[in-house]
Write a protein that binds this ligand. Structure first.
Ligand code: ADP
Ligand code: MG
Length: 716
C-alpha cells in the first residue's frame, strides 16, 4: 500500500518559503480539477470567515448547515456523511474559530472527522498551497491508526488540493525525506516524525497552523514522553492545538507541555450514564490462568461465523497462541498482529481483517487504539487490561457508531473484585457470566504432541509463558495484579509445557516478590513493545529495594553480581541430585536422592529409539523408491498405450483387407511404383512396403465412391 502520497504532482515554483510565491498561488488557476474560479473561491472564503463568528451550533443538524467549503461538503456527501455526530457538531465551530480544544468522546463516535474538517477549512481559507509547506500535523500512537486517518483524508479531502503524507516507521526513509518539505498535511507516529526532525534538513514546521493529537492521552503518556517533548519543542508556539481521545487527559502537566491557550473542553457524552458505547454488551468471566487457553479455544469453536479480536498482553503470547491454534485447525481464519512484525505484513493483516467477516485477529494493544475495523462482533480481552482506560479502548473496537457488539473480559479469580471495582468506578457496565464446563474442549493433548515434535514451538511456548508473567509483574496496580498469586505450574501445563520455565526475576521461595532480596528490574523486551515499534516503551520499571540479608539463590541479582553468583552456584552444583529442604532452609538428610534420573537407562532408550527411527526411515525411503519406480513404469506403459490408441483413433488397419491392387489394377491406370492417387491405395501401398509401420488414414479423406468400392470389396 502506498504510504506516501503527493496529490499535487505539479512542479515546484521557486523557493517554497518565499513570501513572494506565497502571495501568488498562480498554478492554482491552471488546475483542471478545480471546479471554481479563483474569484469564486475568494468570495466563498470571505463568506465562510464571516459565518464563523455569527454561527451557532443550535439548529445545525446537517453538515451543510455549517459554514464549510463546497469542496469539503462535496467530499463528505460523496462518502455518505450527512448528519454530524455529537462530537462533530460540538467541536467543528470552535475549531473553525481557531480555539484550542480538549475533546473527549466515546470510542467510535466520529472524532476523526471532528478534527479533519477544521484542518481542511483552515488551510482552505488561508489558500494554502504546496509552497506554504506544512500546515497541519496529526500525531497518532500507532502506524495503523495513522494509515486509517490518511485514508479518511484521501476520501473526504479529494476535492481539495493539499498534499498529504503518511510518515510512519517501517517505510523508506529516503523516499519520505526527499518529499517531506512538499507536504501540507502530515499524519505520523511520534518516533518517525522525530527522526525526520532530527535528520532531515528539509523538514520545516515554521508555517504550522494546526496540531492534532489523536488518542491524545496515549501520545502524552510515558511511552512517548521523550519523543513528544522533543517534537513539541520543535513546533511553533503560535498554533492551534486539538486533542482528541475517548479517555482524555486532564492532567495539567500534559496541557502545560502543549502550551494550550484557554482550551475548550468538549465532552458530549459526559452526562451519559456510561463511558462505553450504549450498544456494547459487556461481560466478564473469572477463570483460572490454567483454563485460559481451553476457554479461548472453546470460544472460537462456539463462534465460528464471527469477526473477533482477541487481546493479549504481549507479542510473544500472540505469536504462540496464533501458531498453536493454527495447527489445531479452527474453523475460523486466524490473523496475528503485533509490534515486532514488518510493516508490510502488518498492513496486509490490517487490510485482511478489515475486509473479512469470518475471522479472528489475535493482537496486542497495538490494535486497541482508534482502529475502526468494520463490523467486529466480539472483543475478547484474554489478558486483563492494566486499567479502565485500556479496557475502554480495547472494548471500543466493536459497537462503533450505533452498531452493536459484544465484549468478553477474562479475569483471574483473585483479580475479579479489583478489576470489576475499577471498571464500575469508570462507569463501565459489565456483567459476570459463568462458563458451562460441558462447553469446554481442551486441546491440551494435541498441543503437547505438537510441542514434542517441534522444539521451536516449545521455545515459543516458554517465551509466551515468561512474557505473560513479566507483563503481570509490570502492572501498575499491585493490589489487583499480584504476580505471586499466579498458578505458574498450571499455566505452563496449559501451554503444553511439561516443565515450568524459570522466570528469572521471581524468587524461588514460592515466587513471592516480597521475598526477593535483591533488586528486581522487570522490563519488557523490545519485541513486546506494542506501539508503533519505533520506541522502546517500558510501561513501568519496578525496582524492589533489598529487604533482608542476601538470598542463597540470587536469581535476580544485578548483571555483574549475577554472573559471579551463577558461577558459584554452578561450581557447587552436583548433577542428577535432588535435595529437599525443610521450612527453615536446611537440607533434609534422608531426602537427598542421587540418581534421580537413570541417565544410562535413558541413554540406552534413546539409542534404541534412534535405531528404530533410522530403520523406519530406511524402510520409508525404500518404499518410496519402489513406489516411484512403479509409478514411472506405469506411466511408460500408459504412454505406449496412448501411442497405440491415438494411432488407432485416426487410422484404419487394413491388414485384413484383400489386396486392393488386385481389385483396382484393371481400372486404375496407375502403376504400383507411381504415386498412389487414392488414400486407400496410398495406405495399402505403404502397408506393402513396410508391414510394421502404422498408416494413418483420415476417414474424412475417403470419397463416397471409394467408400462404395471398399464396401463392395468387403462384400466380395
Ligand atoms: P472515533 O475516532 O471516535 O473512535 P471514528 O472517527 O473512527 O471514531 O468513526 C467511527 C465510525 O463512524 C467510522 O466508521 C466513520 O466512518 C463513521 N462516522 C464518523 N462520522 C460519521 C457521520 N457523521 N456519519 C456517519 N458515519 C460517521
Ligand atoms: Mg479515533
Amino acid at each position: 500500500m502506498a504510504t506516501f502520497k503527493v496529490k499535487n504532482k505539479r512542479p515546484r515554483f521557486g523557493n517554497p518559503r518565499s513570501d513572494k510565491h506565497k502571495q501568488k498561488p498562480k498554478y492554482k488557476k491552471k488546475d483542471s480539477r478545480l471546479k471554481f474560479s479563483v474569484n469564486d473561491e475568494a468570495a466563498e472564503i470571505t463568506r465562510l470567515s464571516e459565518q464563523y463568528t455569527t454561527s451557532e451550533i443550535d439548529g445545525k443538524s446537517k453538515f451543510s448547515d455549517f459554514p464549510l467549503s463546497k469542496k469539503t461538503l462535496q467530499g463528505l456527501a460523496q462518502a455518505n456523511y450527512k448528519i454530524p455526530t455529537a462530537i462533530q457538531r460540538e467541536s467543528i465551530l470552535p475549531a473553525l474559530l481557531g480555539k484550542d480544544i480538549l475533546a473527549a468522546a466515546k470510542t467510535g463516535s466520529g472524532k476523526t472527522l471532528a478534527f479533519l474538517i477544521p484542518i481542511f477549512e483552515k488551510l482552505y481559507t488561508r489558500q494554502w498551497t504546496r509552497l506554504d509547506g506544512l500546515g497541519a500535523l496529526i500525531i497518532t500512537p500507532t502506524r495503523e491508526l495513522a494509515l486509517q486517518i490518511f485514508e479518511v483524508v484521501a476520501k473526504i479531502g479529494k476535492h481539495h488540493d493539499f498534499t498529504t503524507g503518511l510518515i510512519i516507521g517501517g517505510q523508506n526513509l529516503k523516499f519520505e525525506k526527499n518529499r517531506l518539505h512538499q507536504l501540507n498535511i502530515i499524519i505520523c507516529t511520534p518516533g518517525r516524525l522525530l527522526q525526520h526532525m532530527d535528520q532531515n534538513p528539509l523538514f520545516d514546521s515554521t508555517n504550522l497552523k494546526i496540531l492534532v493529537l489523536d488518542e491524545a492521552d496515549r501520545c502524552l503518556d510515558m511511552g512517548f514522553e521523550t519523543a513528544m517533548n522533543s517534537i513539541i519543542e520543535n513546533l511553533p508556539v503560535e498554533r492551534q492545538t486539538l486533542l482528541f481521545s475517548a479517555t482524555q487527559t486532564k492532567s495539567v502537566k500534559d496541557l502545560a507541555r502543549l502550551n494550550l491557550k484557554n482550551p475548550i473542553y468538549i465532552a458530549p457524552h459526559d452526562s451519559e450514564e456510561y463511558t462505553t458505547p450504549n450498544r456494547l454488551q459487556q461481560n466478564y468471566v473469572a477463570i483460572e490462568l490454567s483454563e485460559k487457553l481451553t476457554m479461548l479455544w472453546s470460544f472460537l469453536k462456539a463462534h465460528p461465523k464471527q469477526k473477533i479480536i482477541v487481546f493479549f498482553a504481549t507479542c510473544k503470547q500472540v505469536k504462540y497462541f496464533y501458531e498453536i491454534f493454527r495447527k489445531l485447525r479452527p474453523n475460523i481464519l486466524l490473523l496475528p498482529l503485533y509490534g515486532g512484525m514488518n510493516q508490510e505484513k502488518r498492513n496486509k493483516i490490517y487490510a485482511e481483517f478489515c475486509a473479512r467477516s469470518n475471522v479472528c485477529m489475535m493482537s496486542t494493544d497495538i490494535a486497541s487504539r482508534g482502529l475502526d475495523f468494520p463490523k467486529v462482533n466480539w472483543v475478547v480481552q484474554l489478558d486483563c487490561p492494566e486499567d479502565a482506560t485500556q479496557y475502554i479502548h480495547r472494548a471500543g473496537r466493536t459497537a462503533r457508531l450505533n452498531n452493536s457488539g459484544e465484549s468478553l473480559l477474562v479475569v483471574l479469580p483473585h483479580e475479579e473484585s479489583g478489576v470489576v471495582g475499577m471498571l464500575e468506578k469508570t462507569k463501565v457496565p459489565i456483567n459476570k457470566i459463568n462458563i458451562d464446563e460441558k462447553q469446554l474442549f481442551s486441546p491440551l493433548i494435541k498441543i503437547q504432541s505438537f510441542l514434542a515434535q517441534s522444539p521451536e514451538l516449545k521455545e515459543m511456548a516458554k517465551r509466551a509463558f515468561v512474557a505473560y508473567v513479566k507483563s503481570v509483574a509490570l502492572m501498575k496496580d499491585k493490589s489487583v495484579f499480584d504476580v505471586s498469586k499466579l498458578d505458574l505450574e498450571g499455566y505452563a501445563k496449559s501451554l503444553g509445557l511439561l516443565v515450568t520455565p524459570r522466570v528469572r526475576f521471581l524468587s524461588k521461595m514460592g515466587g513471592k516478590p516480597k521475598n526477593v532480596n535483591t533488586d528486581v528490574k522487570v522490563t519488557l523486551d523490545e519485541d513486546d513493545e506494542d506501539d508503533d515499534g519505533e520506541l522502546f516503551t517500558v510501561k513501568e520499571q519496578t525496582v524492589q529495594k533489598p529487604s533482608g540479608p542476601s538470598d542463597d539463590l540470587p536469581l535476580c541479582a544485578e548483571p555483574k553480581k549475577k554472573v559471579t553468583k551463577v558461577k558459584l552456584l554452578k561450581k557447587s552444583l552436583v548433577v542428577n541430585k535432588k535435595i529437599c529442604f525443610d521450612d527453615s532452609g536446611h537440607a533434609l538428610e534422608d531426602a537427598i536422592e542421587n540418581d534421580v534420573y537413570n541417565i544410562e537407562k535413558a541413554r540406552a532408550q534413546l539409542r534404541l529409539a534412534d535405531a528404530e527411527d533410522k530403520e523406519r526411515y530406511k524402510n520409508l525411503k525404500k518404499a518410496r523408491r519402489i513406489a516411484k519406480k512403479e509409478k514411472l513404469k506405469r506411466k511408460a506403459e500408459e504412454e505406449d498405450d496412448d501411442q497405440f490408441d491415438s494411432g488407432e483413433e485416426n487410422s484404419v488397419d487394413l491388414d485384413w483387407l484383400p489386396d486392393p491392387d488386385k481389385v483396382y489394377s484393371k481400372d486404375n491406370l496407375v502403376d504400383d511404383k507411381n504415386v498412389v492417387s487414392s488414400p486407400i491405395e496410398k495406405a495399402t501401398s505403404r502397408k506393402k512396403s513396410s508391414k510394421k509401420r502404422k498408416i494413418a488414414i483420415n476417414v474424412g479423406d475417403i470419397t463416397l465412391t471409394e467408400a462404395e468400392r471398399l464396401a463392395m470389396n468387403l462384400l466380395q
